[in-house]
Write a protein that binds this ligand. Structure first.
Ligand SMILES: Cc1ncc(COP(=O)(O)O)c(C=O)c1O
Length: 398
């Protein structure tokens, strides 16, 4: 590289990544092939529009790349082209959710999502996100005792609020989301509400790789739309994919029109090629083994931390993700202090609010852990036991 300043920084970051234990639940390590596609000459090409309908010439090869990515997205999640429409041009999870709402919910309509402190994402209608400003927002919380979704309460809220769209699938929820139950509730509410039916949108950003690997339930049979980022458990580049049901409602056309010309210009075809590679990798038998190991590792890590007396939200995990209460009603330390001391000892996590948190997002009561990145690096159950020991020692010494 001729730019020595940037080259040096890249090398330093590579060294940092190698030297730490990475428990950031939303991070992973991509393959060399994914990196090659990201750094390829596909980045030179403008391709506004869609395969076969571009505003620029010279896209015959780019069209093949984008079509391949779409076909692989359908294949990975076992979907039929006749039933589902796929858009692979979304640059990341937040703009993807924004594009979806913009396409399907009239401005001023109502979005229902889980509150940030319960594990929802900013783009699920948080007041600081544009999704909570352009649309009305109503937010549900977890049951304070069980720390899981209270489906009965959810139903009452849907009946009262009549949201246009409900988001299921979260950012810090360790348990399985019952997509079928969401569907049943929406259908039963529609009967009572004289046919008014909320749309159901699944945000599977966190556990898409686990669905692909067969260790987490798929939402596709129950929802109207699905969004996933591709850089978390799916182990691809930073990008997102949107899926909408193909039927008489015309969501496919609405979505594509909202993405371009509604919100974006030229797609990043180097990213799209890298996503296509990650999707292909996720179809391999090794990926199934990987996904299984991710969940096994998370279960062991949660259990070991519990043995040391730490409060694990909801009592454990069904996924790659663990939410740990480090504050423990003043008996422990804050999430910020916990993440800083762990980082000083080479364990990288993120501070996180926990259900019912009153400490605020900048110094919350907990930390979020995930096992996707370390499992990619070959870590197994015995390593999780050691990590838990190390974590406990560090947190207790504070
Ligand atoms: C559930 C969920 N949705 C959306 C996003 C947003 O993705 P991005 O950071 O790529 O904008 C995230 C990221 O953490 C997420 O966890």
């Amino acid at each position: 590289m001729r730019d020595k300043q940037i080259e040096k920084l890249i090398k330093e970051e590579e060294k940092r990544q190698k030297s730490v234990i990475n428990l950031i639940a939303s991070e992973n390590y991509v393959s060399d092939d994914v990196l090659k596609a990201l750094g390829s000459k596909l980045t030179n090409k403008y391709a506004e529009g869609y395969p076969g309908k571009r505003y620029y010439g010279g896209n015959e090869i780019i069209d093949k790349v984008e079509n391949l990515c779409i076909d692989r997205a359908l294949k990975l999640f076992k979907l039929k082209k006749e039933d589902w429409h796929v858009n692979v041009q979304l640059l990341s999870g937040s703009p993807a959710n924004f594009a979806l709402y913009s396409a399907l919910v009239p401005i001023g309509g109502k979005i229902m999502g889980m509150k940030l402190t319960s594990g929802g994402h900013l783009t699920h209608g948080h007041p600081l996100s544009m999704t909570g400003k352009l649309w009305k927002s109503v937010q549900f919380e977890l049951d304070p005792k069980t720390e899981v979704i209270d489906y009965e309460k959810l139903k009452e809220m849907i009946l009262e609020e009549k949201p246009d769209i409900i988001v299921c699938g979260f950012t810090a929820y360790p348990r399985i989301v019952d997509f079928k139950k969401f569907r049943e509730i929406i259908d039963s509410c529609a009967i009572i509400n004289g046919g008014v039916k909320s749309l159901l949108h699944a945000d599977i950003s966190h556990f898409a790789g686990l669905i692909a690997g067969g260790v987490y339930p798929s939402p596709f049979a129950y929802v109207d739309s699905v969004m996933t980022t591709t850089h978390k458990s799916l182990r691809g580049p930073r990008q997102a994919i949107l899926f909408v049901k193909k039927d008489e409602r015309g969501f496919d056309k609405k979505l594509d029109k909202m993405v371009i010309p509604g919100l974006f210009g030229g797609p990043h075809e180097n990213n799209i090629a890298a996503v296509a590679i990650a999707l292909q990798e996720a179809m391999k038998p090794e990926f199934k083994k990987y996904a299984k190991q991710v969940v096994k590792n998370a279960k062991v890590l949660a259990k070991e931390l519990q043995k040391f007396g730490w409060h694990i939200i909801s009592g454990g995990t069904d996924s790659h993700l663990i939410l740990m209460d480090t504050w423990m009603e003043g008996k422990g330390i804050s999430g910020k202090e916990a993440s800083t001391s762990l980082e000083n000892a080479g364990i990288i996590v993120n501070m996180n609010t926990i259900p019912g948190d009153t400490r605020g997002v900048m110094d919350p009561s907990g930390i979020r852990l995930g096992t996707c990145a370390e499992t990619t690096r070959g870590k197994k159950e015995k390593d999780m036991i050691n990590i838990a020991k190390k974590m406990d020692k560090i947190l207790r010494s504070k």
